[in-house]
Design a protein around this ligand. Structure first.
Ligand code: SF4
Length: 416
């Protein structure tokens, strides 16, 4: 049986595996190969496929190697982005089996933010020291729903992407927040248009397994979740040099091997274009209202293996896992090689997982420091990608100059 992350039985295995070292006579060839890793060198596909299924006996060696790789990459620091979450519209033309965010028009909770609402939330976040305006929204709802076409007409925009572009520009001009849009599939033209007002953007690849598009599977009736289409968007962002966030969603019907293949697809694009600023490893959480309500959640052991293997496949890329979806096993994730907690909001709920509140920032700081790391606030774009963005003249570069500190992290602002 797959164990649930929230199962009270979990800590025994995880806390033990995180701190225990297998006796020499128990060490397998996997563990021995990990001993021979060169710092900063990615592991092979073959080793990753073995490690993702490693035994509990080998798990401490895997975790130890992943944590060492993280320390080689960014020693002593864990970052996060202080954000406001702006659900621009929760109408969506897709019907993913795990989604609680989407609504049809007229359903309770269906809503498209007005420009006034966008600015009100952004300004409130500004007062709390936020630097990221995360725009999350359904994918092209106007293609399915005449109601969305009417809403957009009233707002004065031709499409959801035109509206998103307008709101990114509004937030950039009127506040100190930096937009990070997550609008789904994008053409080359739309990546360029949004990049004018956003230092980074994102699209979860989720999985490269096409079988999840089959009837009854997680991506049945989700035309925007075709893996090749998502890879094309990520590749186009690479061609344009746009710092890009992507990642895996685990526990939606894919196999451990699929997880490795998904990371390898991201790694391949990053090797060609160098633009992947962050890989998110997100775990599926079951909720009573979704079609996948009875699908078992991935166990903590699966999550740790996936995070650690992702770190070893991409040792010099930022790896994050959302803390609210793993609570209370924060320390285990730090052991498994993440170097970032992702976006954490002191103001807005996680509209994608509203039943899982983000930890209080002070709590996050204390537990991060308890593991021997300093917690630092970053911008929605990671420090290593800032110099290229700031070399291009314009409003975005000006705002970045103001928002960053000497290490290209977030300049400290006193929250009002
Ligand atoms: S996960 Fe995204 S694309 Fe899928 S239904 Fe929800 S909002 Fe739409």
């Amino acid at each position: 049986m797959i164990r649930c992350i929230s199962s009270p039985a979990e800590p025994s295995i995880v806390t033990q595996t995180a701190i225990r070292t297998a006796a020499p006579e128990q060490r397998s060839s996997c563990a021995a190969e990990l001993d021979d890793l060169r710092p900063g060198s990615p592991i092979s596909r073959e080793l990753a496929l073995r490690l993702i299924r490693c035994s509990d006996t080998d798990l401490p060696a895997l975790i130890g190697a992943a944590r060492a790789a993280k320390e080689n990459f960014k020693p002593g620091v864990i970052s996060y982005s202080r954000k406001v979450f702006l659900p621009l519209t929760n109408l969506c033309r897709d019907y993913c089996g795990y989604c609680t965010f989407r609504r049809d028009p007229g359903e309770p909770g269906a809503h498209t933010l007005t420009p006034e609402e966008v600015l009100t939330v952004a300004r409130a976040g500004e007062k709390l020291g936020c630097t990221e305006a995360l725009f999350s929204l359904g994918d092209k709802p106007e293609l399915l729903f005449p109601e969305m076409r009417n809403t957009l007409r009233h707002l004065g925009y031709k499409s959801t992407l035109h509206y998103l572009e307008g709101m990114c520009e509004l937030v950039l001009r009127e506040t100190s927040l930096l937009p990070h849009p997550n609008p789904g599939l994008l053409s080359a033209e739309w990546i360029a248009r949004l990049a004018a007002f956003s230092p980074s953007m994102g699209l979860m690849l989720e999985t490269t397994n096409r079988a999840l598009l089959a009837p009854g599977a997680a991506h049945d009736n989700a035309p925007d979740k075709v893996p090749n289409k998502r890879l094309r968007t990520i590749e186009e962002a690479g061609k344009q040099g746009v710092p890009f966030t992507t990642g895996l969603l685990i526990g939606i019907g894919e196999t451990p091997n699929d997880r490795v293949e998904t990371v390898l697809a991201v790694r391949d694009l990053h090797e060609r274009y160098g633009h992947i600023q962050e890989v998110i490893v997100q775990n599926f959480r079951a909720k009573p209202t979704i079609p996948m309500a009875h699908v078992p959640e991935p166990g903590l052991g699966e999550m740790l293996r996936t995070v650690a293997v992702t770190r070893l496949l991409m040792p010099n890329v930022n790896i994050q896992a959302p803390p609210n979806l793993i609570a209370p096993y924060y320390e285990e994730l730090l052991d498994a090689g993440i170097n970032d907690w992702g976006g954490v909001s002191p103001l807005t709920p996680d509209y994608i997982n509203p039943e899982k509140p983000w930890p209080h920032l002070e709590q996050l700081r204390l537990l991060t420091e308890g593991k021997g790391f300093q917690l630092r606030q970053r911008l929605p774009v990671y420090p290593e990608f800032l110099p290229a963005l700031m070399s291009r003249p314009g409003l975005l570069a000006e705002k970045l100059h103001t928002a960053r500190d000497s290490e290209n992290l977030a300049r400290e602002k006193r929250a009002a």
